[in-house]
Write a protein that binds this ligand. Structure first.
Ligand SMILES: Cc1ncc(COP(=O)(O)O)c(C=O)c1O
Length: 404
Protein backbone atom coordinates (compact mmCIF):
# COMPACT_ATOMS: atom_id res chain seq x y z
CA UNK A 1 0.00 0.00 0.00
CA UNK A 2 1.25 3.52 -0.82
CA UNK A 3 2.57 5.59 2.11
CA UNK A 4 2.61 9.37 2.33
CA UNK A 5 3.60 11.80 5.05
CA UNK A 6 0.32 13.70 4.73
CA UNK A 7 -2.89 13.92 2.73
CA UNK A 8 -1.38 16.90 0.91
CA UNK A 9 1.52 14.73 -0.35
CA UNK A 10 -1.00 12.12 -1.43
CA UNK A 11 -2.98 14.70 -3.42
CA UNK A 12 0.21 16.06 -5.03
CA UNK A 13 1.33 12.59 -6.06
CA UNK A 14 -1.95 11.00 -7.13
CA UNK A 15 -4.64 13.69 -7.59
CA UNK A 16 -7.19 10.95 -6.76
CA UNK A 17 -10.49 11.03 -8.59
CA UNK A 18 -12.18 8.71 -6.09
CA UNK A 19 -12.39 9.00 -2.28
CA UNK A 20 -9.37 7.59 -0.47
CA UNK A 21 -9.37 6.01 2.98
CA UNK A 22 -6.20 7.28 4.64
CA UNK A 23 -5.08 4.85 7.32
CA UNK A 24 -2.98 5.83 10.33
CA UNK A 25 -2.15 2.44 11.87
CA UNK A 26 0.21 4.14 14.34
CA UNK A 27 -2.79 5.86 15.93
CA UNK A 28 -4.57 2.51 16.40
CA UNK A 29 -1.40 1.09 17.94
CA UNK A 30 -1.06 4.02 20.34
CA UNK A 31 -4.66 3.81 21.54
CA UNK A 32 -4.61 0.00 21.83
CA UNK A 33 -1.40 0.11 23.77
CA UNK A 34 -2.92 2.59 26.21
CA UNK A 35 -5.88 0.30 26.87
CA UNK A 36 -3.69 -2.79 27.22
CA UNK A 37 -1.51 -0.99 29.76
CA UNK A 38 -4.20 0.81 31.74
CA UNK A 39 -7.47 -1.11 31.65
CA UNK A 40 -7.81 -3.33 34.75
CA UNK A 41 -8.67 -6.47 32.77
CA UNK A 42 -8.84 -7.97 29.29
CA UNK A 43 -9.27 -5.94 26.10
CA UNK A 44 -11.46 -7.41 23.34
CA UNK A 45 -11.30 -5.26 20.21
CA UNK A 46 -14.78 -4.80 18.66
CA UNK A 47 -13.93 -5.92 15.12
CA UNK A 48 -17.01 -4.33 13.50
CA UNK A 49 -15.58 -0.87 14.20
CA UNK A 50 -12.84 -1.27 11.60
CA UNK A 51 -11.86 -4.67 10.22
CA UNK A 52 -9.25 -3.34 7.75
CA UNK A 53 -6.25 -5.73 7.89
CA UNK A 54 -3.68 -2.97 8.55
CA UNK A 55 -5.75 -1.70 11.48
CA UNK A 56 -6.28 -5.21 12.88
CA UNK A 57 -2.53 -5.80 12.70
CA UNK A 58 -1.80 -2.55 14.53
CA UNK A 59 -4.26 -3.47 17.31
CA UNK A 60 -2.79 -6.98 17.57
CA UNK A 61 0.82 -5.80 17.50
CA UNK A 62 0.00 -3.44 20.38
CA UNK A 63 -0.86 -6.49 22.50
CA UNK A 64 -4.59 -7.06 22.00
CA UNK A 65 -5.14 -10.81 21.71
CA UNK A 66 -8.90 -11.00 22.09
CA UNK A 67 -11.66 -9.93 19.74
CA UNK A 68 -15.36 -9.18 20.10
CA UNK A 69 -17.05 -10.50 16.97
CA UNK A 70 -20.59 -10.15 15.66
CA UNK A 71 -20.69 -12.62 12.76
CA UNK A 72 -19.17 -15.74 11.26
CA UNK A 73 -17.40 -13.56 8.69
CA UNK A 74 -15.62 -11.70 11.48
CA UNK A 75 -14.78 -14.99 13.24
CA UNK A 76 -13.28 -16.37 10.01
CA UNK A 77 -11.29 -13.20 9.41
CA UNK A 78 -9.80 -13.09 12.90
CA UNK A 79 -9.02 -16.80 13.25
CA UNK A 80 -7.37 -16.84 9.82
CA UNK A 81 -5.30 -13.74 10.49
CA UNK A 82 -4.40 -14.41 14.12
CA UNK A 83 -4.35 -18.16 14.83
CA UNK A 84 -4.56 -18.59 18.59
CA UNK A 85 -6.45 -15.34 19.23
CA UNK A 86 -9.59 -15.78 21.33
CA UNK A 87 -12.83 -14.59 19.77
CA UNK A 88 -15.95 -13.89 21.80
CA UNK A 89 -19.31 -13.93 20.07
CA UNK A 90 -20.86 -10.91 21.80
CA UNK A 91 -23.83 -10.32 19.49
CA UNK A 92 -26.85 -11.12 21.69
CA UNK A 93 -28.92 -12.53 18.78
CA UNK A 94 -27.37 -15.17 16.52
CA UNK A 95 -28.73 -17.78 14.15
CA UNK A 96 -28.58 -21.42 15.22
CA UNK A 97 -26.28 -22.31 12.33
CA UNK A 98 -23.92 -19.45 13.18
CA UNK A 99 -23.73 -20.58 16.82
CA UNK A 100 -23.04 -24.20 15.81
CA UNK A 101 -20.46 -23.13 13.23
CA UNK A 102 -18.70 -20.87 15.73
CA UNK A 103 -18.62 -23.59 18.40
CA UNK A 104 -17.70 -26.64 16.31
CA UNK A 105 -15.63 -25.17 13.45
CA UNK A 106 -13.90 -22.30 15.23
CA UNK A 107 -13.79 -23.39 18.87
CA UNK A 108 -15.69 -20.32 20.12
CA UNK A 109 -16.77 -20.74 23.73
CA UNK A 110 -17.86 -17.21 24.75
CA UNK A 111 -21.44 -16.28 23.82
CA UNK A 112 -23.57 -13.28 24.79
CA UNK A 113 -27.35 -13.55 25.18
CA UNK A 114 -30.23 -11.50 26.52
CA UNK A 115 -33.19 -13.90 26.43
CA UNK A 116 -34.21 -17.43 27.36
CA UNK A 117 -34.90 -18.16 23.69
CA UNK A 118 -31.26 -17.36 22.86
CA UNK A 119 -30.09 -19.55 25.76
CA UNK A 120 -32.10 -22.45 24.37
CA UNK A 121 -30.62 -21.82 20.89
CA UNK A 122 -27.05 -21.77 22.19
CA UNK A 123 -27.55 -25.01 24.10
CA UNK A 124 -29.20 -26.89 21.26
CA UNK A 125 -26.82 -25.61 18.57
CA UNK A 126 -23.80 -26.69 20.62
CA UNK A 127 -25.25 -30.12 21.55
CA UNK A 128 -25.76 -29.04 25.17
CA UNK A 129 -22.08 -28.24 25.55
CA UNK A 130 -20.74 -28.12 29.09
CA UNK A 131 -17.83 -25.78 28.38
CA UNK A 132 -19.68 -22.57 27.54
CA UNK A 133 -18.87 -19.13 28.89
CA UNK A 134 -22.20 -17.31 28.87
CA UNK A 135 -22.54 -13.54 29.22
CA UNK A 136 -25.96 -12.08 29.97
CA UNK A 137 -26.36 -8.67 28.32
CA UNK A 138 -28.01 -6.29 30.75
CA UNK A 139 -29.98 -3.25 29.53
CA UNK A 140 -28.38 -0.14 31.04
CA UNK A 141 -29.11 3.58 30.57
CA UNK A 142 -27.53 5.11 27.46
CA UNK A 143 -28.32 8.72 28.42
CA UNK A 144 -24.77 9.96 28.03
CA UNK A 145 -24.06 8.36 24.66
CA UNK A 146 -24.25 9.85 21.18
CA UNK A 147 -25.47 6.53 19.80
CA UNK A 148 -28.05 4.69 21.88
CA UNK A 149 -27.56 0.91 21.86
CA UNK A 150 -30.02 0.09 24.65
CA UNK A 151 -33.31 -0.18 22.77
CA UNK A 152 -32.35 -3.16 20.63
CA UNK A 153 -30.44 -5.36 23.07
CA UNK A 154 -30.23 -6.07 26.78
CA UNK A 155 -32.48 -7.68 29.37
CA UNK A 156 -34.18 -5.67 32.11
CA UNK A 157 -32.86 -6.34 35.64
CA UNK A 158 -35.90 -8.28 36.91
CA UNK A 159 -35.94 -10.75 34.03
CA UNK A 160 -32.13 -10.65 34.04
CA UNK A 161 -32.01 -12.13 37.54
CA UNK A 162 -34.05 -15.15 36.36
CA UNK A 163 -31.94 -15.64 33.24
CA UNK A 164 -28.77 -15.41 35.29
CA UNK A 165 -30.10 -18.01 37.72
CA UNK A 166 -31.06 -20.41 34.88
CA UNK A 167 -27.75 -19.93 33.10
CA UNK A 168 -25.59 -20.52 36.20
CA UNK A 169 -25.79 -24.31 36.15
CA UNK A 170 -25.43 -24.44 32.35
CA UNK A 171 -22.31 -22.29 32.06
CA UNK A 172 -18.71 -23.17 32.77
CA UNK A 173 -18.15 -19.49 33.44
CA UNK A 174 -20.97 -16.98 33.81
CA UNK A 175 -20.79 -13.24 33.28
CA UNK A 176 -22.75 -10.06 32.78
CA UNK A 177 -22.04 -7.63 29.94
CA UNK A 178 -23.54 -4.28 28.99
CA UNK A 179 -23.04 -1.38 26.59
CA UNK A 180 -23.40 2.20 27.84
CA UNK A 181 -23.88 3.43 24.24
CA UNK A 182 -21.31 4.56 21.72
CA UNK A 183 -19.33 7.78 22.24
CA UNK A 184 -20.31 7.91 25.90
CA UNK A 185 -19.56 11.41 27.15
CA UNK A 186 -19.81 10.75 30.88
CA UNK A 187 -17.67 8.30 32.88
CA UNK A 188 -20.51 8.07 35.42
CA UNK A 189 -22.46 5.90 32.94
CA UNK A 190 -20.05 3.04 33.68
CA UNK A 191 -20.46 3.49 37.44
CA UNK A 192 -24.25 3.45 37.08
CA UNK A 193 -24.14 0.27 34.98
CA UNK A 194 -21.76 -1.52 37.35
CA UNK A 195 -24.00 -0.63 40.29
CA UNK A 196 -26.89 -2.21 38.36
CA UNK A 197 -24.76 -5.35 38.05
CA UNK A 198 -24.22 -5.27 41.82
CA UNK A 199 -27.99 -5.11 42.39
CA UNK A 200 -28.46 -7.99 39.96
CA UNK A 201 -25.92 -10.16 41.78
CA UNK A 202 -27.73 -9.45 45.05
CA UNK A 203 -31.26 -10.04 43.70
CA UNK A 204 -30.36 -13.25 41.84
CA UNK A 205 -28.03 -14.66 44.50
CA UNK A 206 -25.80 -15.88 41.69
CA UNK A 207 -22.00 -15.70 41.67
CA UNK A 208 -20.34 -14.15 38.64
CA UNK A 209 -17.07 -15.12 36.98
CA UNK A 210 -16.91 -12.29 34.42
CA UNK A 211 -17.93 -8.61 34.29
CA UNK A 212 -17.74 -7.15 30.80
CA UNK A 213 -18.07 -3.35 30.67
CA UNK A 214 -18.48 -3.34 26.87
CA UNK A 215 -17.53 -0.48 24.55
CA UNK A 216 -18.61 3.15 24.51
CA UNK A 217 -15.25 4.78 25.29
CA UNK A 218 -15.19 8.09 23.43
CA UNK A 219 -13.04 9.91 20.91
CA UNK A 220 -12.55 13.64 20.45
CA UNK A 221 -14.58 15.41 17.75
CA UNK A 222 -14.72 19.17 17.07
CA UNK A 223 -17.94 19.62 19.06
CA UNK A 224 -17.23 16.92 21.64
CA UNK A 225 -14.34 17.00 24.09
CA UNK A 226 -14.90 14.07 26.45
CA UNK A 227 -13.15 13.82 29.81
CA UNK A 228 -9.75 12.09 29.63
CA UNK A 229 -9.92 8.31 29.36
CA UNK A 230 -8.17 7.80 32.70
CA UNK A 231 -11.27 9.29 34.36
CA UNK A 232 -13.39 6.58 32.71
CA UNK A 233 -10.98 3.88 33.83
CA UNK A 234 -10.89 5.31 37.35
CA UNK A 235 -14.69 5.29 37.55
CA UNK A 236 -14.77 1.67 36.38
CA UNK A 237 -12.06 0.58 38.83
CA UNK A 238 -13.79 2.17 41.81
CA UNK A 239 -17.26 0.84 40.89
CA UNK A 240 -15.83 -2.66 40.45
CA UNK A 241 -14.54 -2.56 44.03
CA UNK A 242 -18.15 -2.38 45.28
CA UNK A 243 -19.14 -5.69 43.62
CA UNK A 244 -19.64 -8.83 45.70
CA UNK A 245 -17.36 -10.95 43.49
CA UNK A 246 -14.23 -12.98 44.22
CA UNK A 247 -10.68 -12.03 43.28
CA UNK A 248 -10.76 -14.43 40.36
CA UNK A 249 -13.69 -12.68 38.70
CA UNK A 250 -12.46 -11.52 35.27
CA UNK A 251 -13.03 -8.02 33.92
CA UNK A 252 -13.40 -7.51 30.18
CA UNK A 253 -13.96 -4.48 27.94
CA UNK A 254 -14.89 -4.31 24.24
CA UNK A 255 -13.67 -0.93 23.00
CA UNK A 256 -14.12 -0.10 19.32
CA UNK A 257 -14.26 3.61 18.61
CA UNK A 258 -11.63 4.60 21.19
CA UNK A 259 -9.06 2.25 19.63
CA UNK A 260 -9.48 3.19 15.98
CA UNK A 261 -11.38 6.47 15.43
CA UNK A 262 -8.11 8.37 15.06
CA UNK A 263 -6.67 5.69 12.79
CA UNK A 264 -8.22 6.87 9.53
CA UNK A 265 -9.40 9.91 7.65
CA UNK A 266 -11.32 10.17 4.40
CA UNK A 267 -9.98 12.20 1.50
CA UNK A 268 -12.76 13.55 -0.72
CA UNK A 269 -12.95 15.93 -3.68
CA UNK A 270 -15.44 18.75 -4.21
CA UNK A 271 -17.52 18.26 -7.37
CA UNK A 272 -19.71 21.34 -6.99
CA UNK A 273 -20.26 24.23 -4.64
CA UNK A 274 -23.67 25.80 -4.11
CA UNK A 275 -23.46 28.52 -1.47
CA UNK A 276 -22.57 26.85 1.80
CA UNK A 277 -23.28 23.36 0.40
CA UNK A 278 -20.45 21.29 -1.03
CA UNK A 279 -21.23 18.30 -3.23
CA UNK A 280 -18.42 15.85 -2.49
CA UNK A 281 -17.53 12.42 -3.90
CA UNK A 282 -18.17 10.40 -0.71
CA UNK A 283 -21.17 10.41 1.61
CA UNK A 284 -23.47 8.60 3.98
CA UNK A 285 -23.67 5.53 1.72
CA UNK A 286 -19.87 5.50 1.67
CA UNK A 287 -17.45 6.12 4.52
CA UNK A 288 -19.37 9.00 6.08
CA UNK A 289 -22.47 7.28 7.47
CA UNK A 290 -22.02 8.82 10.92
CA UNK A 291 -21.96 12.35 9.45
CA UNK A 292 -25.52 11.73 8.21
CA UNK A 293 -28.41 11.02 10.56
CA UNK A 294 -26.21 10.34 13.64
CA UNK A 295 -24.95 13.89 12.98
CA UNK A 296 -21.27 13.47 13.87
CA UNK A 297 -19.24 16.58 13.11
CA UNK A 298 -15.85 15.48 11.87
CA UNK A 299 -12.81 17.74 11.67
CA UNK A 300 -12.18 18.86 8.09
CA UNK A 301 -9.34 20.61 6.31
CA UNK A 302 -9.02 21.78 2.75
CA UNK A 303 -6.24 20.71 0.43
CA UNK A 304 -5.99 22.99 -2.62
CA UNK A 305 -4.13 21.44 -5.53
CA UNK A 306 -3.27 24.89 -6.83
CA UNK A 307 -2.01 25.91 -3.39
CA UNK A 308 -4.05 29.11 -3.35
CA UNK A 309 -3.99 31.34 -0.27
CA UNK A 310 -6.61 30.09 2.19
CA UNK A 311 -9.65 32.23 2.86
CA UNK A 312 -11.45 32.74 6.17
CA UNK A 313 -13.07 29.63 7.61
CA UNK A 314 -16.85 29.35 7.29
CA UNK A 315 -19.36 26.58 8.03
CA UNK A 316 -20.36 24.18 5.24
CA UNK A 317 -22.72 21.23 4.88
CA UNK A 318 -21.99 18.35 2.51
CA UNK A 319 -24.03 16.40 0.00
CA UNK A 320 -22.71 12.96 -0.98
CA UNK A 321 -22.58 11.64 -4.56
CA UNK A 322 -25.76 9.52 -4.63
CA UNK A 323 -29.16 10.83 -5.71
CA UNK A 324 -30.73 10.22 -2.29
CA UNK A 325 -31.60 13.30 -0.23
CA UNK A 326 -30.54 11.37 2.88
CA UNK A 327 -27.01 11.53 1.52
CA UNK A 328 -26.58 14.76 3.44
CA UNK A 329 -24.13 15.74 6.16
CA UNK A 330 -25.22 18.81 8.01
CA UNK A 331 -21.99 19.55 9.86
CA UNK A 332 -21.04 22.35 10.23
CA UNK A 333 -17.67 21.59 8.68
CA UNK A 334 -15.34 24.56 8.94
CA UNK A 335 -13.52 25.21 5.66
CA UNK A 336 -12.07 28.19 3.74
CA UNK A 337 -14.77 30.47 2.33
CA UNK A 338 -13.33 30.28 -1.20
CA UNK A 339 -13.29 26.46 -1.43
CA UNK A 340 -14.73 25.09 -4.67
CA UNK A 341 -14.77 22.45 -7.36
CA UNK A 342 -11.56 20.47 -7.64
CA UNK A 343 -10.41 21.19 -4.10
CA UNK A 344 -9.90 18.24 -1.76
CA UNK A 345 -11.03 17.89 1.83
CA UNK A 346 -9.47 15.63 4.42
CA UNK A 347 -12.22 14.55 6.81
CA UNK A 348 -10.61 13.29 10.00
CA UNK A 349 -11.49 10.78 12.70
CA UNK A 350 -13.32 8.42 10.35
CA UNK A 351 -11.49 5.31 11.57
CA UNK A 352 -14.48 4.06 13.59
CA UNK A 353 -17.58 2.97 11.66
CA UNK A 354 -16.19 4.67 8.51
CA UNK A 355 -14.99 2.60 5.56
CA UNK A 356 -16.57 -0.53 7.06
CA UNK A 357 -20.02 0.99 6.35
CA UNK A 358 -19.44 1.58 2.59
CA UNK A 359 -22.08 0.39 0.15
CA UNK A 360 -22.22 0.17 -3.65
CA UNK A 361 -25.41 2.29 -3.81
CA UNK A 362 -25.75 4.24 -7.09
CA UNK A 363 -22.52 2.66 -8.31
CA UNK A 364 -20.38 4.76 -5.99
CA UNK A 365 -17.83 2.72 -4.10
CA UNK A 366 -14.17 3.30 -3.53
CA UNK A 367 -11.73 0.91 -1.94
CA UNK A 368 -8.72 3.16 -2.55
CA UNK A 369 -6.48 3.28 0.49
CA UNK A 370 -3.16 4.69 1.53
CA UNK A 371 -1.17 4.89 4.75
CA UNK A 372 -0.39 8.32 6.21
CA UNK A 373 2.40 8.79 8.72
CA UNK A 374 1.39 12.18 10.16
CA UNK A 375 -0.68 12.80 13.30
CA UNK A 376 -4.47 12.44 13.41
CA UNK A 377 -6.41 15.72 13.21
CA UNK A 378 -7.66 15.40 16.81
CA UNK A 379 -6.42 13.13 19.54
CA UNK A 380 -7.22 11.86 23.01
CA UNK A 381 -3.63 10.61 23.16
CA UNK A 382 -0.30 12.37 23.34
CA UNK A 383 2.69 10.73 21.70
CA UNK A 384 5.48 9.16 23.65
CA UNK A 385 4.51 9.47 27.29
CA UNK A 386 3.77 6.32 29.30
CA UNK A 387 0.58 7.83 30.64
CA UNK A 388 -0.42 9.48 27.38
CA UNK A 389 -3.36 11.41 28.61
CA UNK A 390 -4.44 14.98 28.45
CA UNK A 391 -5.20 16.15 31.98
CA UNK A 392 -8.71 17.40 32.67
CA UNK A 393 -7.67 20.97 31.95
CA UNK A 394 -5.48 20.37 28.98
CA UNK A 395 -7.09 21.26 25.65
CA UNK A 396 -7.24 18.48 23.12
CA UNK A 397 -4.74 18.73 20.32
CA UNK A 398 -6.53 20.44 17.41
CA UNK A 399 -5.27 20.42 13.86
CA UNK A 400 -8.61 20.76 12.17
CA UNK A 401 -10.00 23.53 10.00
CA UNK A 402 -6.70 24.89 8.70
CA UNK A 403 -5.83 24.56 5.05
CA UNK A 404 -2.99 22.10 4.74
C1 LIG B 1 -21.43 -5.73 21.59
C2 LIG B 1 -20.62 -4.52 21.25
N1 LIG B 1 -19.41 -4.37 21.85
C3 LIG B 1 -18.62 -3.31 21.57
C4 LIG B 1 -18.99 -2.36 20.66
C5 LIG B 1 -18.06 -1.21 20.38
O1 LIG B 1 -18.58 -0.04 20.87
P1 LIG B 1 -17.78 1.34 20.80
O2 LIG B 1 -17.35 1.53 19.41
O3 LIG B 1 -18.77 2.33 21.26
O4 LIG B 1 -16.61 1.22 21.75
C6 LIG B 1 -20.26 -2.45 20.04
C7 LIG B 1 -20.70 -1.42 19.09
O5 LIG B 1 -21.74 -1.47 18.48
C8 LIG B 1 -21.08 -3.56 20.34
O6 LIG B 1 -22.28 -3.73 19.75
Amino acid sequence: MDRFNSARSLVSALAPTRPVTCLRPAAAARASSYFVRNFPGEILYAVKTNPTPEILDAVYDAGVRRFDVASITEIEQITRRFPGARVSYMHPVKSRDAIGHAYFQYGVRDFALDSEAELEKILSATGNADDLNLLIRLAVPNFHAELDLSSKFGIEPLAGADLLFKSRSLARRLGVCFHVGSQCMSPSAYGTAIHMVRDLIVSSGVTLDIIDVGGGFPSAYPNMAPPPLNVYLGEIASALKTLPVSDVCEVWAEPGRALVAEAASTLVRVDLRRGSFLYINDGTYGSLFDAGVPGFIFPARAIRPKGSVPGQLMPFSFYGPTCDGLDFMKGPFMLPDDIGEGDYIEIGLTGAYGSTMRTHFNGFHSDEMAVLTDAPMLTMYRAGASTDWPSANRPLQQNAGKTS
